[in-house]
Design a protein around this ligand. Structure first.
Ligand code: F6R
Length: 240
């Protein structure tokens, strides 16, 4: 695991953005795995800026997002599809039909699993972007999730609902379930970039790096992956 410590979220966005751009220039039809939440916003802003400055071509890029809230459709302003359109897709020349976000109206587990089939049918994820939950979740794979999990409908923990209530009017509005790529789905990516900023992520980062892989800290599974880069600020690194 390679660790890059940055001074700020803005610098992290630039470091991660440059890695993504380099990947895209070596493979114009790259398949990117993407995350939502606060963490990747600086990366997406940097990607948009560089795309405008350097005419970066997204027309052959395919993306798969990690997760979506159950019950929220693409037009809901708090849905992750809406977030991705606003924060990235509307600002680059990506073909929206090549951008995939799990469907928040998926009814059954066998339908959820079709997302993994779709990823595989496109050739698998080349570069996966991850944020990190304060409880060590990646995607919405909460503590206790099997390392063998594939895309599933999952329950969010109270901690995650609390943490994400900042995006909603209040805690009651936060969906209690999500559909998320599983830990195995994430581990199938060829290359992984995980970003974490701020003191609240320090304990999860400490466990990610130092604790023997355990489902108590889902992020520890990344120790078993051959190509992981952590981009973290000094606060997130403070317990290492
Ligand atoms: C988002 C996702 C989550 C977030 C994590 C951190 O698609 O899968 O794992 O990356 O909850 O969220 P932020 O970045 O808002 O602190």
């Amino acid at each position: 695991m390679k660790t890059i410590i940055v001074k700020s979220q803005e610098e992290g966005g630039k470091v991660a953005g440059d890695i993504i751009i380099d990947y895209m220039s070596s493979k114009s039809n790259a398949i990117l795995g993407l995350a939502t939440g606060s963490t990747p916003i600086s990366t997406y802003r940097y990607l948009i800026k560089k795309t405008k400055e350097e005419n970066i071509d997204w027309s052959n890029i395919t993306t798969f997002n990690l997760d979506e809230y159950m019950g929220l459709g693409p037009d809901h302003s708090k849905s992750y599809r809406y977030f991705m359109n606003e924060e990235l897709f509307d600002h680059v020349n990506i073909n929206k039909s090549n951008t995939f976000v799990p469907d928040g109206h998926t009814k059954t587990q066998s339908d959820a699993e079709k997302y993994d089939d779709l990823i595989q049918s496109k050739g698998g994820i080349d570069l996966q972007v991850l944020g990190l939950g304060v409880n060590g979740h990646i995607g919405f794979n909460e503590p206790g999730t099997s390392f063998e999990s594939i895309t599933s409908i999952v329950d969010l923990t109270n901690e995650t609902i609390e943490a994400n209530s900042r995006f909603f009017k209040n805690k009651d509005e936060v969906p209690k379930k999500a559909i998320s790529m599983g830990l195995k789905s994430i581990m199938n990516a060829k290359k992984i970039l995980l970003m974490a900023y701020g003191k609240s992520k320090a304990e999860a980062i400490k466990n990610l790096v130092n604790t023997k892989p355990t489902t108590d800290w889902p992020c520890t599974i990344l120790q078993n992956h051959a190509d992981v880069t952590l981009i973290i600020d000094e606060e997130a690194a403070s317990e290492l």
